[in-house]
Every structure is written in structure tokens, then in C-alpha cells.
Design a protein. Sequence first.
Length: 341
Amino acid sequence: MINRKKIYNPNSQEGVNERRIFGGNPTSIFELNKIKYQWAYNLWKIMLANSWFPEEVNMTQDKRDYSDGLTPEEKVGYDRALAQLIFMDSLQTNNLIDNVNPYVTSPEINLILVRQAFEEALHSQSYAVMVESISANTDEIYEMWRTDIQLKSKNNYIANVYEELSVNPTESTLLKVMFANQILEGIYFYSGFAFFYTLARSGKMLGSAQMIRFIQRDEVTHLLLFQNMINSLKKESPHLFTKDLIDEVIEMFREAVRVESAWGDYITQGQILGLTSEIIQEYIRYLADSRLKRVGLPALYNARHPMKWVDAFSSFNEQKTNFFEGNVTNYAKGSINFDDF
């Protein structure tokens, strides 16, 4: 079992070199002039620089597109994809604050977990802006996590991993939650984002795609956070990475690919131009391979990226401008990629 850290621990004499991701004995004072995990503090500064505001994304044309420009199948797909994202960001906000951060004993990592939780809450606000801008029945989308059996089954899979930590807080269950975050942030979210970019590629729902671009830029930092925690733990606590645990993680990724591929078919119904079942499955397999390789595990599928245009569509590389002079589409002060960490 692992214990929650103390909110205030004046008797601690823990030095910076003795800090641990979990299982440490911190004072709980944020002494940020002393840093052990430099990657965490670097990430904190990037997250601050990426601040943005969802109400400033113009959704006026999206309302017209949704009403008059989308096919019935595209409307169904839009609603289902949005409902999926609403659930996941709600889950993440609670998971980070109530489930993960209480056990993390490094102050510089506590800092970015709190920032990530804020960003997940901001994303929830973003989805509210999208729903209220386009939908005649907002309750239907917000209730879909409860009423749509396919969505409910999909959501339960990751939620159950998080719930295991809440009822049985051990080193292993916490580590599994870190891997589950790579699945949620790096497979489920990215798969959902691709649907909005596909609509935008055909000139539809451009405001929604712009909102998703900002959300995805945040998700890159969230992926890096948990990726770096896992890789740091390999050096700090190698005993945790047993064959049984790795086998369980691999099975988690296999099941996630199966679940997300079925969900992709469900929201597209074979009726969305550019998103065939084969392309959806190959993209999800590619995402799984990428996430596994980033934490030092072997690829499962050796899949190729079938939708490279998605990466170009979501990039901020050409969006640099003065922060105070640009509008929201130009708020990016720079870009970040996995090779930076």
C-alpha cells in the first residue's frame, strides 16, 4: 500500500536529491529553486505559455454548418465524438486531483498535475461552448455517456483502471494508472480529434477543429508528463516493472485498440469520407505503437501512419505571432514535440 502525502509536513528533512515521484517524504512546500526533475519544470513553463481561452474561438459558421452543411451521418458522428471527449476530460479532471496527485511526492510534478487538471477543466468548458453553439438539444449530448451503450462500455474500460487505484492504492495500481493515461490521452483523445479534423478537411466545422487544435496541443504536454514519469520510475523504482505488470500493460493496450477501433466504426458508420474501417484501425494501431515505444516497450502492430495530413492539420508550427497582438488562432508561442523531452 502507498500513503497519501501530508498536506503539511514540517518534520521532513528530505533533500532535493532524495525526492521521489511517489513514496517520498516531502515537506509539501514548493521549493522551486531546487529541482530534481528538470523535465517537469520545463514542461510547467511550456504549459503556462500555451494558455488560451475557448470563448474566443469563433463558432458562428459551425452553427450554420451543423444545421445545413452536415449530412445526417456526420451530425451523428459529431455528437458521439463530442460526447466521448466530454466524458474523458471530466474523468481526467477528477482522476488527476483525487486519484493521482495525492500520492505524488515531488513538488515540481505536483505543480504540473495541478496545471493539467486545470486544462482538463478548461477543455470541459470548451466542449460546452461547442455544444451550446451548434446543438438544439444540449442535454442529449451531455447524457450520451449514460444512454449510449457503446459509449458507456468504452468509458468503463479506463474508468475501471482508475477506480482500482482509488480502492486499492499500491505502487502497481498507481503505475498502471500512468500507463492508462497514455491510452486515454494518446489513443482515445487522438482518435476522437481525427474525426473533427476530417470534417474540417472538407471545409466543415472549422471552428470546432480550431478548438480541438488547442485542446490537442495541451494533450501533447499531458502525454509527456506521464511518459516522463514512467521513464523516470524505470530508473528510480525498477522493481515495479515486473514481467506480470508489463504483460498486463500490453494487454491493456491491445484491448484499448480493439475498443477504440470498434468505437471509430460506430461513430463513422462507414459514411464519413476519408475514414474507412481499415484507415481507422491502422491509425489507432499506429497510435498504440507510438505510445508504447515512448515508454520503452515494443510496438505491437508495426503500423504505418495512414493519415499524416492529421498531423499537419493540428500543427501550430506556422502560427507564431505576438501573444498580445494576435487573436486566439495565433496564441501559440511555439510548438512542442516528443523529441524535446
